[in-house]
Design a protein. Structure first.
Length: 336
């Protein structure tokens, strides 16, 4: 079937539109973050944390799903200019998500297929997935303080896609022409987007926890103190990251299983330790270890956050290094 070049070009324009609005969102979120402050100060967070630990030692109960976390630990987006900048950043982020979604739709319609058959298309889909996860989560809570750490990676992702990974719109290679493409790859895109948000929260947790630990020891907050004042308390970040990972892990499990079923249909075996299969399994093991560590009292907090970041690093390694430099049955990057 012939490729519709007009729709393919429209897709490229939408990608540039998403990059433009993301650049605006980055500036707006930077202003909002610079002018924002915690509703609860670092000293108050440390005092509350110590009080909660004392209550736990005295027999107070706190379940894993609902630890003793104050509801007043979210970051205030500031007043006046800061709040307006945060609102502008959110609006531009929603617009960026629409542009990225339109880019995928036009790309798919141009070739009359699902628009994730190579690394370029999957990169656009992954960026869309990250923005979608962030925007959906922002419907229930104020996440303007997180926006800068979402739009920057997505902007880099789209820039890399359009400059390095770009391939012309074309038909799928025969091995990808299956309904499992919609099932397996869609699940992977949703997981990748959500895990990216979870990784950002885990990284911010390490910053907040480091500063709070210094304050609890009677030391100065240090160079990261001013930044930590602009993000929520570490226990809140830890809980948010855990909930995202715990919610998405079953879907990642499904994605791995769906991939193995597709492999049996395409290559006559469920599992052959192909490099991409191997790293998908390694990623699954790391996130499983994270959830296990998070359920073990001695591994909550910093150690669990490091494991979560290792899981996302495995995803990035699988996507960039394995796809681009390692040969295997999954060599469908579209790059020469």
């Amino acid at each position: 079937m012939a490729i519709n070049e007009s729709l393919a070009q429209a897709s490229n324009i939408m990608v540039y539109g998403a990059m433009t609005t993301l650049t605006g969102a980055m500036g707006a979120f930077a202003i909002a973050l610079a002018k924002g402050r915690r509703i609860e100060s670092i000293e108050e967070s440390v005092a509350r944390s110590e009080s909660g630990s004392h209550q736990a030692r005295m027999g107070a109960t706190a379940t894993l799903e609902r630890p003793a976390v104050s509801t007043a630990v979210v970051s205030d987006a500031g007043r006046g200019e800061g709040r307006r900048a945060g609102n502008i950043g959110m609006s531009l982020t929603w617009l960026s998500m629409i542009f990225a979604g339109a880019a995928l739709a036009f790309r798919g319609f141009s070739a009359h297929r699902l628009p994730w058959g190579n690394m370029y298309e999957f990169s656009i889909a992954a960026g869309f997935g990250v923005l979608l996860a962030y925007c959906v989560l922002s419907l229930k809570r104020d996440l303007r303080w997180l926006g800068l750490f979402i739009v920057i990676p997505v902007l880099l992702d789209l820039g890399l896609a359009i400059t390095v990974l770009y391939t012309e719109s074309a038909q799928l290679v025969p091995a990808l022409n299956s309904y499992w493409l919609a099932i397996h790859v869609t699940a992977a895109i949703v997981c990748m987007g959500s895990f990216a948000v979870g990784a950002a929260l885990s990284a911010l947790y390490l910053v907040a926890e480091h500063v709070e630990k210094r304050v609890a020891a009677g030391q100065e907050p240090g160079r990261l103190g001013a930044f930590a004042e602009r993000i929520p308390a570490s226990d809140r970040l830890d809980l948010m990251a855990y909930r995202i990972h715990a919610f998405m892990f079953p879907l990642w499990t499904f994605a791995v299983i769906a991939g193995s079923i597709w492999a049996e249909a395409a290559w006559g075996r469920y599992w052959g330790w192909d490099p991409k299969e191997t790293w998908a399994f390694i990623t699954w093991v790391i996130y499983a270890a994270y959830l296990h560590a998070r359920a073990t009292a001695g591994w909550r907090g910093r150690k669990a956050a490091i494991v979560a970041l290792a899981g996302f690093a495995a995803i990035m390694f699988n996507y960039f290094i394995v796809n681009m430099y390692v040969s295997g049955l999954h060599s469908y990057s579209g790059l020469n």
